[in-house]
Design a binder for this molecule. Structure first.
Ligand SMILES: [Fe+2]
Ligand SMILES: [Fe+2]
Length: 178
């Protein structure tokens, strides 16, 4: 298995989640209301899975190893753009959390912002994923030897192994802070 394989498999689950959000938005159009708990779960997926677990492996391992390589300007630019994309997703999610908080407190007008932020994520992720799957991953594979690629893959598994512990430590810390 190549190192990019788990990243591409994760992209498929992110796409499935986007479909779930899409269906929820269609329901919201009819009812003019959203379940704030649904938004919490979607945010948890985006933050813990799409951002920390998935973007984490991209940035902390793949991009880190690519920075060490002598490479074309095109690749540097692509990497910069992908990092900016990740920041954009993080900021959009933060704004979604804030809007959801207002909505939950009874500000009905915040519904528009909640749905707008969800739509932004629905629009953003497929483009970002396409860039990685079709351009960035194939283009950057050539910079690594088979051994380097396999070392990254091993580090990906190790990174994943820690995630469940990180997630639930943060849950306990959050409760303790209240
Ligand atoms: Fe990415
Ligand atoms: Fe990705």
């Amino acid at each position: 298995m190549q190192a990019r394989a788990p990243l591409m498999i994760e992209h498929r689950l992110i796409e499935q989640m986007l479909n779930v959000i899409q269906h929820e938005l269609e329901r919201v159009e009819q009812t003019q209301s959203i379940d704030p708990y649904f938004v919490d779960k979607a945010v948890d997926f985006i933050r813990v899975y799409a951002d920390r677990t998935h973007h984490g492996k991209e940035e902390d391992i793949l991009f880190r190893d690519l920075w060490k390589k002598q490479q074309s300007n095109e690749v540097w630019q692509m990497m910069d753009e992908l990092i900016e994309d990740h920041v954009f997703a993080r900021n959009t999610t933060k704004a979604l959390v804030e809007a959801n908080m207002r909505y939950r407190r009874g500000h009905g007008a915040a519904l528009g912002e909640v749905t707008a932020r969800l739509r932004t994520l629905l629009d953003f992720y497929p483009k970002h994923i396409k860039k990685e799957d079709e351009i960035f991953f194939p283009a950057t594979r050539a910079y690594f030897t088979e051994e380097e690629d396999q070392a990254m893959l091993a580090e990906f598994w190790e990174f994943d192994r820690k995630m469940i512990h990180e997630k639930y430590k943060s849950v306990v810390k959050e409760f303790e802070a209240k």
